[in-house]
Design a protein around this ligand. Structure first.
Ligand code: B12
Ligand code: SF4
Length: 448
């Protein structure tokens, strides 16, 4: 039996004008080139849970072209994100038209299994680790069911995580690989379309399991750059520190997504620096109180952190770790003044890197339900607009067009080559100055 694993890849915007203007900005192109080649961790993980006598082939969707070859596949498994779901459905339809059954899983179809079932023989809702072996076994017996989902409360124990099948990849095509060290996030932002949609509880992967994965990568790639595919790393500090202590011996460079609370823990920051952390991506969301007010469904944590944003960025960057600050434009309360406000914040704080996106109503999020209730969705169900760049709702403080082109204009300003360069120079200059002053202080202490 042979299964084709098909990953959605690349970054995109639905509006062609946006692609033309926005996605060609130098800073954006650079970041896209780096991340767009990431492989699908979900499919590599499921591959590792597939019986050994099943032959597997991994493909990026962009390589399949308009007319994917169906040769020899007994079953095709497709991952799903909203932005590319229409293309995924078209591909699924083509495989099925040639008699190859299709199974779909992932964030989008987990939120809309009914929609996906019009294009797939079976849909896996939620985490795939428990369901996938059942899918394969049932398929073999000719008893594939329409829908699979974990039993209620049966969250996959990450201690059981297999090493993803990185060996299925043609590594020459990738510049980074992903490893997941945790799942979930305690913050619950109402627009969040990440793993909190399928993982209500924050869970960590035991350090030995993470190391197994890093060793598997290093066996094939001696000096890898690793991107942790976590929504919010380091929430459990004992686990984080144990992991980072072990990582020191691995000689890897890495990147992760976390929150500003790491700035309060100098020991953690030292360990991050010593273990090869190059950058952290932090969802700052808004430099203004209005946008932050009420964006979480449980607490108002980010609003409470706002006054700590600037010192936190300085503290983190002073450890040699660059911060990629993310802002969501068009949050309730934002007016067109937000564009200057973000620009000034970036200038003032010396953020090394910045990511700007527009508020996006992904299916299954409280935000989507709220905007629908309030009649503020421009085109409900236009999932190809779920790119984080295409505006698909009516903001409270400006028109959709003002938001759309305000994003592009701000991008033009922030991603000017000379400004990117200036941010880099400033980071290095400030880091050197701090290191000089702290070693000076150390010398002073040693001599007294
Ligand atoms: C790595 C990554 C990418 C990679 C993806 C590489 C790839 N080929 O898969 C790249 C850089 C290409 C990428 C691109 C984009 N991304 Co991205 N990306 C991520 C990131 C950081 C990690 C995802 C990950 O690996 N998770 C770990 C795996 C194990 O979890 P998982 O995918 O959910 O899989 C589990 C289940 O869903 C299920 N499952 C998943 N697939 C399948 C398939 C089958 C058959 C089965 C049975 C089960 C199953 O089983 C898995 C194990 O339990 C997340 C943010 C985050 N921190 O999670 C954003 C995220 C997934 N990206 C997001 C977005 C918006 C984008 C872009 C649209 C950005 C853009 N404008 O271009 C594009 C478009 C992607 C596309 N082609 O459609 C959103 C998606 C929201 C959504 N619900 O659709 C996220 C959640 C970030 C966010 N801001 O909210 N991204
Ligand atoms: S902090 Fe990020 S990962 Fe956590 S809930 Fe908010 S958007 Fe999602």
């Amino acid at each position: 039996m042979k299964i084709g694993l098909i990953a959605l890849s690349g970054v995109r915007a639905a509006n062609p004008k946006l692609t033309e203007v926005g996605l060609t900005l130098p800073g954006f192109v650079e970041r896209s080139r780096v991340i767009a080649s990431l492989p699908s961790l979900s499919l590599l993980t499921l591959a590792a849970l597939t019986p050994l006598d099943v032959e597997l082939e991994y493909h990026e969707v962009r390589d399949l072209g308009e007319d994917p070859p169906a040769d020899g596949f007994d079953l095709v498994a497709l991952a799903s994100y909203s932005a590319q779901i229409l293309e995924a459905y078209r591909i699924a339809d083509r495989f099925r038209a040639r008699g190859v059954p299709v199974v779909m899983g992932g964030l989008h179809v987990s939120m809309l299994p009914g929609e996906a079932l019009a294009h797939a023989d079976a849909v896996v809702v939620g985490e795939g680790e428990r369901s996938w072996p059942r899918v394969v076994e049932n398929f073999r017996r000719g008893a594939l069911r329409r829908e699979y989902r974990p039993d209620p409360g049966d969250w996959y124990d990450l201690a059981e995580s297999p090493v993803p099948r990185y060996d299925l990849l043609d590594l020459a095509r990738y510049n980074r690989l992903t490893v997941q060290t945790s799942r979930g996030c305690p913050h619950r932002c109402d627009f969040c379309a990440s793993s909190i949609l399928i993982t209500p509880k924050y869970r960590v992967k035991p350090v030995e399991r993470v190391l197994d994965e890093i060793h598997a990568i290093r066996d094939r790639w001696p000096h890898p750059f690793i991107e942790f595919a976590d929504d919010n790393s380091f929430i459990v500090r004992t686990h984080a520190k144990e992991l980072l202590r072990s990582l020191r011996a691995e000689h890897v460079k890495w990147f992760t997504e976390t929150d500003v609370s790491i700035a309060d823990d100098p020991e953690l920051l030292d360990l991050m620096c010593e273990s090869g952390c190059r950058q952290v991506l932090i969802g700052l969301e808004s430099p203004e109180p209005l946008g932050l007010e009420g964006i979480e469904t449980r607490r108002n944590w980010k609003r409470e952190q706002l006054e700590h944003y600037e010192p936190a960025i300085r503290t983190i960057q002073s450890h040699g770790i660059t911060v990629n600050g993310c802002f969501v434009l068009g949050l309730d309360g934002h007016t067109s003044a937000i564009f200057d406000s973000v620009y000034e914040f970036v200038e003032r704080t010396g953020l090394y890197e910045v990511q700007i996106t527009v508020m996006t109503p992904f299916p299954g999020t409280p935000l989507h339900a709220r905007l629908r209730r309030e009649g503020r969705l421009l085109e409900d169900g236009a999932w190809d607009r779920c790119t984080l760049f295409d505006v698909n709702f009516v903001p409270t403080g400006m028109t959709p067009d003002e938001l759309q082109w305000g994003l592009v204009e701000l991008g033009r300003r922030l991603y000017r080559t000379e400004l990117i360069e200036a941010r880099r120079v400033r980071f290095i200059r400030e880091l050197r100055a701090r290191r000089r002053s702290s070693s000076g202080a150390g010398d002073l202490e040693a001599t007294t």
